[in-house]
Design a protein around this ligand. Structure first.
Ligand SMILES: Cc1cc2nc3c(=O)[nH]c(=O)nc-3n(C[C@H](O)[C@H](O)[C@H](O)COP(=O)(O)OP(=O)(O)OC[C@H]3O[C@@H](n4cnc5c(N)ncnc54)[C@H](O)[C@@H]3O)c2cc1C
Length: 501
């Protein structure tokens, strides 16, 4: 594909005249800001041209221009994704596409592709409605849902994509296409979990479940004995956990006043129901050990972000993930020995989310979600690229401890960069991957929207560079040291709490 710098300025001027949003070419002030990423680990984008789309028509014009000029097209909403970052071609930035139309009567919301979850959470909450989000509400709703989407209510309400009713997207010929159960059902299937390479979504319609009450929060345990007791209690409690209760645990260093960096165990509990029933359900976990903080209680729907308390400032995040079929007390022993108090763990978070649950498994029209059959998601996260090499070794040990409890598929939103073959191939079962490739070939026959690691190497090709346990590069991608904008601060949740205290 060609490099735009060889094209005459008049060609770019023609595009500028066709779109209502801004157009930046390499070297323009404002380009770096326009494509700044939340996740700094993947480095920065360095495309030839960026279109800040302000409408679906802008997206169509941008795609047509890219076809004409032979430029690959990538799309970015928030930059939470792990990359890869563009080194040429076009980026269509969707951050201006933020229109939200919520109809409380039909419990439907149609949102622009630049919408972050917090906007829909805030608008829906007064009606007792709750979008099925991920743990972070600054993540883009469309990018998240296109991967399936595992959130704090995964067991009671399933994947975010299970609530998708339809999409509007611009396909590789610049045409606007609707994808819903009646129109282009193959595309509708693929957009609900297949992640990328189909076109640029400009709008998504979701059903919003009615959640009359939420009993949720975090039990935080400190001290090696309490942490071990709480973790062992949780693992024993899991097999009989109610199908509509979602829980997860995370070992994380204490932050802020009173914290000395010692590890704490956060046990998150979410019951979409009343306080009386919720208190009964959480009682065995609450009784596991004394807590440092206990925020589990009636939670306003608008405060769903406080359950995990994910970071809101840009940072270089890298994670090592695998789904599991189950865990037992031997796994806990090994987990604590590698990651628990006294290990000087490099991880900012060592997390296990309980998946499964009826809602997540028994879906009539499940889309292309990879990893739906896993029972748990194990996720080890670093925030400092300097520790990546040590973290990768430890993660490999933890994964080896899991042995045959490792599930073959890990959901794409957690699998790492799709440019890495192992991560790509682990994100869907082979038959689903093949089906997704067929849909991509139908809607993007010339590969305008790059996705995946490219063609498989020939059998006698030199071995690929070593990768981490989940297919991520062992060496961190360097964080930029120049003075360009370092990242995108998205939203400061108003009740950002204390849980990482
Ligand atoms: C702090 C943090 C917390 C997270 N928590 C969760 C979680 O709880 N559950 C979960 O499932 N995932 C989680 N994720 C992963 C997240 O859902 C994915 O990285 C998601 O792709 C981010 O979407 P985005 O649009 O915000 O990011 P971007 O980096 O802007 O986009 C990522 C990718 O999404 C696709 N995409 C985005 N918009 C469009 C569009 N309009 N049309 C076509 N393709 C598009 C593209 O492939 C793009 O490369 C988390 C990530 C981070 C960094």
């Amino acid at each position: 594909m060609t490099d735009l710098q060889t094209l005459p300025a008049t060609t770019v001027a023609r595009l500028r005249a066709q779109v209502s949003g801004p157009v930046f070419v390499r070297g323009d002030a404002g380009l770096a800001d326009e494509v700044a990423c939340f996740n700094l680990n993947g480095g920065v984008h360095d495309p030839d041209i960026v279109v800040g789309a302000a409408s679906t028509a802008d997206v169509s014009a941008a795609v047509r221009f890219a076809v004409e000029q032979d430029l690959a097209v990538r799309v970015q909403a928030t930059g939470h994704g792990p990359g890869p970052r563009a080194k040429s071609g076009m980026i269509v930035s969707t951050e201006r596409l933020t229109a939200v139309h919520l109809d409380p009567t039909s419990r439907r919301v149609t949102l622009g592709a630049g919408s972050q979850w917090h906007r829909i959470v805030t608008e829906a909450a007064p009606f007792g409605l709750a979008p099925i989000t991920g743990s972070s509400v600054t993540v883009g709703a469309v990018g998240h849902t296109m991967g399936g989407g595992i959130g704090p209510m995964i067991r009671s309400h399933g994947y975010s994509s299970d609530w998708a009713l339809g999409f509007r997207l611009v396909s590789a010929d610049g045409e606007v296409v609707t994808a819903d159960p009646q129109t282009h059902p193959d595309l509708f299937w693929a957009l609900r979990g297949g992640k990328g390479g189909f076109g640029i979504v400009t709008e998504m319609t979701l059903e919003l479940p009615h959640v009359p009450a939420l009993y949720a929060g975090r039990l935080i345990f400190g001290g090696a004995e309490n942490i071990e007791a709480a973790l062992r209690t949780w693992v024993d409690w899991l097999p009989a956990a109610a199908g509509d209760v979602s829980t997860s645990i995370a070992l994380a260093p204490a932050h802020g006043a009173g914290g000395h960096g010692d590890l704490q165990l956060h046990l998150r509990f979410v019951h979409p129901g009343g306080a009386e029933e919720g208190a009964e359900l959480v009682a065995p976990l609450r009784a596991a050990a004394p807590t440092v903080h206990d925020t589990v209680g009636e939670l306003p729907l608008a405060d769903v972000h406080s359950i995990h308390g994910d970071p809101v400032d840009p940072m270089p995040l890298q994670s090592f993930c695998t789904e599991l079929t189950g865990i037992d007390q031997d796994f806990v022993t090994a987990f604590l020995a590698r990651l628990g108090p006294g290990t000087n763990t490099p991880f900012a978070e060592s997390e296990i989310r309980h998946l499964g649950g009826d809602a997540a498994q028994d879906v009539i029209n499940p889309g292309a979600v990879g990893g739906r059959g896993g029972a748990l998601m194990l996720r080890l996260v670093i925030e400092d690229p300097a520790v990546a090499s040590r973290a990768s070794e430890i993660a490999a040990g933890v994964f080896a401890d899991a042995g045959d409890r490792k599930f073959a598929v890990t959901n794409v939103n957690f699998a790492g960069s799709m440019s890495k073959r192992p991560a790509f191939e682990r994100s869907w079962p082979e038959s689903m991957r093949r089906q997704l490739a067929e849909v991509r070939a139908t809607y993007d026959p010339n590969g305008l929207f790059p996705f995946g690691p490219g063609p498989a190497p020939a059998p006698d090709a030199a071995p690929a560079a070593a990768t981490g346990t989940d297919g991520m590069a062992l060496a961190p991608v360097p964080v930029p040291t120049d003075d360009r904008p370092r990242g995108r601060r998205l939203f400061d949740p108003r009740s950002w709490f204390a849980g990482r205290s």
